[in-house]
Ligand binder design. Structure first.
Ligand SMILES: [Zn+2]
Ligand SMILES: [Zn+2]
Length: 337
């Protein structure tokens, strides 16, 4: 939720293309993450391109954590999925152009500015022949294509949506849908935020990473999140506020490291990753929060730009000793190919 709400009166534009239906063709990216990350990644991994929440920042005291908003890559040897399109997406676009990658798949948790602001600056969407697949759950307000049009409209942006429409393939996913992107199984679940937001569970070859940001905890562990994260190796979780700050932020749609630790313990996740850092938070403050969280739950780390984590490394950590029931895989996967 934004601290400063801006009411914008939009000019309605004609819909140039219909929103892709649930049976639309969907082509995943099949380029190894290792091609860009400069290493060998035989396993499921996550790379952080932007870790800040609410709005991008730029300050000397925040350089180690980084100032770009939410954007990361989930990778295997064969598949790369971009998750959220915050300002961290810009450099990723340049990187993909340099590498000659012409297909990108972007999953969006939701459409708040800090999760989509990088889209108009993602170079591949302007180049004929490139395909950028964008998928998310229902936003509760308007079709996905209509929302995308509003990112490319005067007087807020000088390039019209029609310029990028040919490169985009849009798809609205059903909440709780499970589907395949390349060799990664993705399960989504609706979380707790002022506008609808979705968390994602990524599974590949016995390894699991869960992304759950922009979600507020309850008095008890969120049962939806506990199920989504059950038995995962890595849980990336919204930790925008400290437990001391949270009482004045109730209802803003964000959480704390303490709630993340409770969730990780309940779900049997060995590595908690603190994400969506408050824009005012300095490197020193993030490190202090990380230390507090680690004292509570060993293995916890704060996300920083450029950081890469492997699910297999997390598997070697000692998971909390609780019994969990993994998310049931009923075999009914929807292949997005
Ligand atoms: Zn949000
Ligand atoms: Zn956010």
């Amino acid at each position: 939720m934004y601290e400063n709400m801006i009411v914008i009166i939009w000019l309605r534009l004609g819909v140039r293309r219909r929103v892709a239906g649930t049976k639309a063709a969907y082509i995943p990216v099949m380029t190894p993450c290792s091609a860009l990350a400069g290493g060998t990644m035989a396993n499921l991994s996550v790379r952080f391109l932007g870790v800040r929440g609410s709005i991008a920042t730029s300050h000397d005291a925040q350089r180690l954590v980084g100032g770009n908003t939410a954007c990361l890559e989930i990778c295997t040897d064969e598949t790369r999925i971009i998750v959220d399109a915050g300002t961290g997406l810009r450099t990723l676009g340049n990187e993909r152009l340099a590498a000659g990658i012409k297909h990108s798949t972007i999953l969006l948790s939701h459409l708040h500015w800090d999760h989509v602001a990088g889209l108009p600056f993602f170079s591949p969407i302007y180049i004929p022949g490139h395909r950028v697949h964008i998928a998310t759950g229902p936003n509760g307000t308007m079709p996905l294509e209509q929302a995308m049009q509003r990112l490319f409209v005067a007087p807020f942006f000088p390039v019209e949506y029609a310029t990028v429409a040919e490169q985009l393939v849009l798809r609205e996913l059903a909440p709780r849908e499970t589907f395949m992107i390349g060799d990664i199984t993705v399960t989504m679940a609706k979380l707790n935020h002022p506008d609808p937001v979705y968390g994602f569970r990524f599974e590949h070859d016995g390894q699991t990473i869960v992304y759950a940001t922009d979600t507020e905890h309850y008095a008890c562990v969120d049962p939806t999140l506990k199920k989504l994260a059950a038995g995962a190796d890595i849980l990336i979780y919204d930790a925008q506020y400290t437990p001391a700050e949270y009482p004045s932020k109730v209802g803003w749609g964000h959480s704390t490291w303490a709630a993340g630790a409770d969730l990780a313990r309940a779900a049997g996740v060995p590595q908690l990753v603190l994400f969506h850092h408050d824009p005012d938070r300095t490197d020193v403050q993030v490190a202090a929060i990380e230390a507090d969280a680690r004292a509570n739950l060993p293995g916890t780390v704060a996300a920083r730009e450029g950081m890469i984590l492997l699910a297999n490394d997390a598997q070697s950590m000692s998971a909390p000793s609780v019994s969990v029931t993994p998310v049931a895989n009923n075999g009914q996967l929807t292949a997005l190919i």
